[in-house]
Design a protein around this ligand. Structure first.
Ligand SMILES: [Fe+2]
Length: 235
């Protein structure tokens, strides 16, 4: 996911200068399935546009803005002024938005798997299955609660099923707006994208139908792994 771009040449006046800082760039993750593999629940067209256009835009936005911060950090060495600091602060929002969009979508793709490859199925002998039963009674009840949270998002956002390490590892369903994500002691087990671009081409205004359908392709095996390991591996 990280591509080292190495040293970069730039121009200053008429002479070429070699920038001395190394720049790392994020890239789109590989998908474990083909765009059409989640049909009929999510169309191939949606997946392709979502991945190639929307996710790519977050990748580009993050790279552009972090690059600008690197450049400003260099300027800060020569001019440690409030002006430069303010410029850096001005980029923080963009980094939060695009960085959140990048990681949220990495989680999202990994959280999906074709029905024929086990999508929608959670083995009963997993720690996650036991925790769900203990806290919610059944997986269907957890899904119902998550769908209520998703339907309650006004505008664009996400719902996450998380394992909250601050709360004894209990399961919780949390909402986030825009591209805000979950970090720190909240381990994201399942991430569901409630932005219009995730469903509109297929479901139009019936987003509730999308929220119902997506559970048929949820990768519960991945969620169970994150539950056990208390970490995520989405690279
Ligand atoms: Fe999205």
């Amino acid at each position: 996911m990280l591509a080292r771009t190495g040293l970069k040449y730039g121009t200053k006046g008429n002479s070429k200068v070699l920038s001395t800082f190394v720049r790392n760039k994020i890239t789109l993750p590989d998908l474990d399935w083909d765009f059409g593999d989640l049909e009929p629940y999510i169309s191939g067209q949606i997946n392709e546009i979502h991945y190639k256009k929307h996710h790519q835009a977050y990748v580009d936005g993050f790279n552009t803005n972090t690059e600008k911060v690197l450049e400003l950090n260099e300027e800060l060495k020569k001019d440690p002024s409030p002006k430069i600091v303010r410029e850096i602060l001005g980029l923080q929002h963009n980094i939060r938005f695009h960085g959140g969009g990048f990681t949220n979508h990495c989680l999202f793709w990994k959280n999906l798997t074709p029905e024929k490859e086990g999508g929608g199925h959670l083995s009963k002998d997993t720690g996650l299955s036991e925790a769900i039963k203990k806290q919610f009674g059944s997986k269907d009840e957890l899904i119902k609660l998550t769908n209520e949270k998703l339907a309650g998002i006004q505008g664009s956002g996400w719902a996450f099923i998380v394992k909250n390490l601050e709360n004894g590892g209990k399961l919780e369903v949390v909402q986030r707006y825009n591209q805000d994500t979950v970090t720190g002691r909240l381990i994201p087990l399942v991430a569901i994208d409630a932005w219009e671009h995730a469903y509109y081409l297929q479901y139009q205004n019936k987003k509730v139908d999308y929220f119902k359908a997506i559970w048929n392709v949820i990768n519960w095996e991945e969620a169970a792994k994150r539950y056990d390991n208390e970490t995520i591996n989405i690279s």
